[in-house]
Ligand binder design. Structure first.
Ligand SMILES: Nc1ncnc2c1ncn2[C@@H]1O[C@H](COP(=O)(O)OP(=O)(O)OP(=O)(O)O)[C@@H](O)[C@H]1O
Ligand SMILES: [Mg+2]
Length: 350
């Protein structure tokens, strides 16, 4: 605390994603507010308070578990695309800020997708700005840049570096080359996504169980997050209750890995033949430089064990040259923790 009684603002990093939202908050230097990492599903359900009749908001895992019939996921490509969704996102984010006690007296950096959608980006900005946090400042930086920060050093080395970063999200694949923070040949596709893998797993499970088992996408996502593994996948069993009573136990041997295997082939194809082809076309000399450096993989899908090595191998083969790939320690938290590091620096220099 300074002489005039002002406390230093907390540095906060935020990533609002179509599947998960992450908030990393440094806490205050005097220790009054501790550091915290919040990760939650980006969804919300409302219900009527049984005593007062007023509308209540429930968000995250609780909403998904208790109100599967009417839980709403309001983002696509990490953006609220229209006014209704912007309103829902505001309610979701305010509820989260309040419940987790994220400090209002703060400087906030939030990660934004590299998507050409001005209305969506404005809606996202309004969600953060009206949330109450960020009394000192609110700034945005690209998600794939923020996510690369924890992969490239202990500080903000990535900001002054030249490299390629690829963000593997639930509704989007984004790729971009960075030259000291400048975005070169930004690329995004909604065709190769974590959500698509989940749909694929639903179909595969049906096929693998000879149509005896029908899972929903949420279950498919849980299978993927719990079991997908390029290093040593173990077949697993699950049980469903049957409509007429009784239960049916089944084993999954290939349904999950077949889907993520195809996903990774598609990732390599998009990266090699669309993004990198474009980059080579736009910046011939830089293209060679960035391929001599490790490519950074971020986003939730990069959490799958062995995916980074497998990507490296398949991309090397596709391009017929040695490629290195790397990932931050926690790919699904990386964008928010990178954003938090930027916020920390901005708090210092403000
Ligand atoms: N441990 C894990 N293993 C496998 N997949 C995971 C894991 N954790 C997250 N995922 C998957 O990663 C995807 C979510 O990644 P991320 O949190 O980066 O996306 P998002 O930012 O919410 O979505 P988008 O960027 O499309 O708005 C989902 O498909 C999710 O199932
Ligand atoms: Mg994302």
């Amino acid at each position: 605390m300074s002489a005039n009684g002002d406390t230093e603002p907390a540095a906060v990093g935020v990533k609002l994603g179509s599947t998960r939202t992450v908030v990393v908050s440094e806490g205050t230097g005097d220790g009054a507010v501790p550091e915290q990492v919040v990760q939650t599903l980006t969804c919300l359900a409302t219900y009527e308070d049984a005593l007062t009749g007023s509308e209540r908001v429930l968000y995250g895992e609780d909403a998904a578990r208790e109100y599967p019939d009417r839980v709403q996921y309001m983002l696509r490509s990490g953006l609220p695309e229209d006014d209704d969704r912007a309103e829902l996102t505001k309610r979701f984010f305010s509820a989260l800020i309040e419940e987790e006690g994220i400090p209002e007296h703060s400087g906030v950096v939030y990660a934004i997708p590299t998507i050409d959608n001005d209305a969506g980006l404005d809606n996202l900005a309004a969600v953060i700005e009206e949330s109450g946090i960020g009394s000192e400042f609110v700034r945005s930086y690209p998600e794939s840049l923020c996510g690369a920060i924890p992969a490239i050093g202990d500080g903000l080395e990535a900001i002054n570096d030249i490299f390629v970063s690829i963000n593997l999200g639930s509704t989007n694949l984004e790729a971009c080359a960075y030259r000291r923070g400048e975005q070169l040949s930004p690329f995004a596709t909604g065709a190769v996504t974590g959500n698509e893998v989940d749909r694929h797993i639903v179909n595969n499970v049906e096929e693998e169980t000879q149509r005896r088992v029908n899972i929903d996408r949420q279950t498919a996502r849980e299978y993927k997050e719990t079991h997908a593994d390029f290093v040593d996948f173990d077949p697993f069993t699950d049980v469903i209750q049957q409509p007429g009573g009784g239960s049916h136990e089944f084993t999954i041997e290939w349904a999950v890995m077949d889907a993520v295997d195809e996903y990774l082939d598609d990732v390599v194809d998009e990266v090699a033949n669309r993004f990198l082809a474009e980059l080579a076309n736009d910046y011939v000399r830089l293209y060679r430089q960035v391929l001599d450096r490790p490519i950074v993989l971020t986003g939730g899908m990069a959490c799958i064990p062995g995916l980074v090595d497998e990507f490296e191998e398949r991309l090397s083969e596709e391009l017929d040259r040695e490629i290195e790939a790397t990932a931050p320690e926690e790919p699904s938290l990386a964008a928010a923790s990178g954003a938090q590091r930027i916020a920390e620096r901005l708090v210092e220099t403000n």
